[in-house]
Ligand binder design. Structure first.
Ligand code: GLU
Length: 261
């Protein structure tokens, strides 16, 4: 990766990764990321996590095998599941002597001047204290990320808010491919591109494959938003061993979408 020593890093993990394809929260995976976060913090980076998985965990706790269509049922599931989600994050992070904090935000909060300033000041303070914020959408009051994106755009807006240098979107795919690899055998992994290039949206279109709404399109759009404040975005597999520490060591993994200089 050719990103110069990123100081502030936002790491976004999607529902399918956090919940092991819907089969309950994946403690082993969360523990793995926590261990890498500890390494990054020790190396002087500041890290924030944007994690979904509340609805998936809530469905599990409520005994729902099928994702309901009713939006208020989904919001209720998110409220139930958020309890489990932060519990697992807290215990996994504590194993590596890391402190974590729950932060629930909405796109509308970040569009409001006063709320934006408050959110920024709180996150800046948490980072100075060495605490890792675990951010999710406040699904009780909005439905943006439930309907579309699985927190991809929220992660990009957080990147803008705190002027992060890098957004890492961890997903269940190896990165952005030139076409959908499940349908086109000639598809190849794109390792480098400029965020905001309209050709990327064409490549990513319709590649939704995750447990909840999202897919590659919202990731490519998130990279475009992140680039507005100069941040680069990496889309990579969250199952890749030591993905975060290897990226920080300059290894090329997944797709790097750089901001235009
Ligand atoms: N904020 C939601 C969650 O954490 C979004 C993901 C979804 O729609 O399943 O569960």
């Amino acid at each position: 990766m050719n990103t110069q020593k990123p100081k502030r890093i936002v790491v976004k993990v999607g529902s399918s990764l956090v919940t092991n394809n819907g089969e309950g929260l994946d403690r082993a995976a969360i523990g793995m990321w926590a261990e890498q976060m500890a390494t990054l913090l020790a190396a002087g980076h500041e890290v924030l996590m944007v994690s979904s998985g509340a609805i998936a965990e809530g469905m599990q706790r409520l005994g729902w095998a099928k994702r309901p269509k009713d939006i208020h049922q989904l919001q209720a599931a998110a409220a139930v599941g958020q309890m489990g989600l932060v519990q697992v994050y807290e215990s996994c992070f504590a194993r590596f002597n890391l402190r974590s904090a729950q932060v629930l935000l909405t796109n509308a909060d970040l569009a409001d001047t006063e709320r934006n300033a408050n959110a920024k000041a709180t996150l800046d303070t948490l980072l100075k204290l060495g605490v890792v914020p675990i951010i999710n959408e406040n699904d009780t009051v909005v439905t943006d990320e439930i309907k579309f994106g699985d927190n991809d755009s929220l992660a990009a807006l957080v990147t803008n808010l705190i002027h992060a240098d890098l957004l890492v979107i961890l997903t269940d795919q190896g990165g952005l491919f030139t076409a959908d690899p499940r349908q086109d055998a000639s598809a190849t992994l794109l390792s480098n591109a400029v965020a905001g290039d309209p050709a990327l949206e064409k490549m990513a279109g319709g590649a939704a494959s995750e447990l909840s709404k999202g897919g590659m399109l919202t990731k490519v759009l998130a990279a475009k938003i992140a680039a507005q404040t100069g941040a680069a975005t990496v889309i990579a597999s969250g199952r890749e061993p030591q993905v975060l520490t290897r990226l920080m060591n300059g290894e090329s993994i997944g797709t790097l979408l750089s901001a235009k200089p």
